[in-house]
Design a protein around this ligand. Sequence first.
Ligand code: UD1
Length: 381
Amino acid sequence: MTNNKSTIRLLSVVGARPNFIKIAPIVRAINEHNRVGYKAGPGLERPIRHTLVHTGQHYDIDMSDAFFQDLGLPNPDINMEVGSSSHAVQTANIMVKFEQILIEEKPDWIIVVGDVNSTLAAVLVSSKMGIKSAHVEAGLRSFDRSMPEEINRIITDAVANLLFTPSPDADENLLNEGVSPDRIKRVGNVMIDTLVSNLERARRCRVQELFGMKEKDYVFVTLHRPSNVDDIFALSSIIEHLMRLSERIPVIFPMHPRTGNNISNFGLQKRIKDSKRLIICNPLGYHDTIGLVDKARLVLTDSGGLQEETTFLNIPCLTLRPNTERPITITQGTNRLTSLTSLDKDINVVIDSGDLLPRKAPEFWDGHTAERIIRILVAAH
Ligand code: UD1
C-alpha cells in the first residue's frame, strides 16, 4: 500500500443471510483492486482499507457462519452481536453500537446492501454523522408498506448518497421519488456475481443425489416472510398444500428459523407427517441451496434472492406473495406471483407444461457488478 493519506477507507455492514451473499463479491473486488497495484486507471490508483462489520442480526451457525465459510468471506473485523428482538429494539441496538464504531473507524464511505433492519440502522447513523454512504441494491419497490423491508428500502434510499441499482425499474422508482439522477448508478446485480463465481462448485456437489432426488423431479421450497409464516391460518394452509404437493412430486423445504419457531408456537408440528417425499431440514449452505435450485423442476418461495437466481438459471419460480420488488424477474425472467388460492393451479401449469416463459438475463447481471461498484466509489472519492 502507498501512504495512509491516499488510502480510501470503506466500511461495509452486513447483518442477515442475504447480506453475506451480496457483500462477498464486493470484498473480492476490493482485494482485487488492492492486489493489481491500483492499475485501474488514472485517478483510480488509491488503495482501499476495508472494514467488515457484522451486526449479528443473524447469529445461528447455519444462518451466518456457514455463509462466511462457503463464500470465502473473512471473519468480520467487528461483530456487534445484537441478536433477535422486536424491530424497534433490534434497529435501535444496532444504531447505538454502530455510532461508536463510526467514531472509532472514521470511514470515508460506508457500504450497505439489501433491505434488512441492519441496512436501515447503519445508513441512518452514518447520514446523521455526515459520513457518506452507498446503498447496493437500491431502488427496488414492492409498493407494499406492510412489508418491513419496503420501509427499510424507502428510508435507506432517501438518505444514502450513492444508489447502486440492479435494473431499469429501480432507476425509474428512484426518479419518480425525486432522486437526483447523479446519485443513481445502474451497475447490475451483486447476487448474480456470487452465483456466477460459485455455480461450478454448487453443481459439483450433486446435492440432489444426497437427498435421494432425481434431476428435475422435485420442488425446492423456502418460505419465511411474516405475511406467510406469522399468521396461523396462512401457515397451516401452506403446510396442507405442501403435504398434498409431496404426494405428486417430492418436496425439499429447508426451513428458516422464523418459520420453524412459528410452527412450534402455533402447535402445527403434528400436521406435518414424516415422509421421504416431504423433506424438511435446517437452512442449507449457499452451494447446497444453489445446487438444489439448479436441478429443481420448480422453486416455490417468498425470498427476494431466489426470484433472481431462478431467473438467471432459467428455473421456473412461483413466488408466494401478492407483489414483488423485483418485477424484472417476471417481465424478463421465469418468475410468477402466486397465492394460496391459486397455488394448486399454478403448480399444475408448471409441472404439466414443463416451463414458464424462458428468461432473458437482465442487462449487467453478468458477474461483474462489484467491480463496477468499486470503480465508481474510488472515482467518487
Ligand atoms: C430478515 C430480513 C428479511 C430477510 C431475512 C433472510 C428484516 C426486517 N428482515 O428476516 O428481509 O429476507 O432476514 O433470512 O431485516 N432467528 C434465529 N436465528 C438466526 C436469525 C433469526 O433463530 O440466526 C429467528 C429469531 O427467533 C428471530 C426470527 O428468526 O426472531 C426472525 O429473525 P429476523 O432477523 O428478525 O428476521 P428474518 O425473518 O430472518
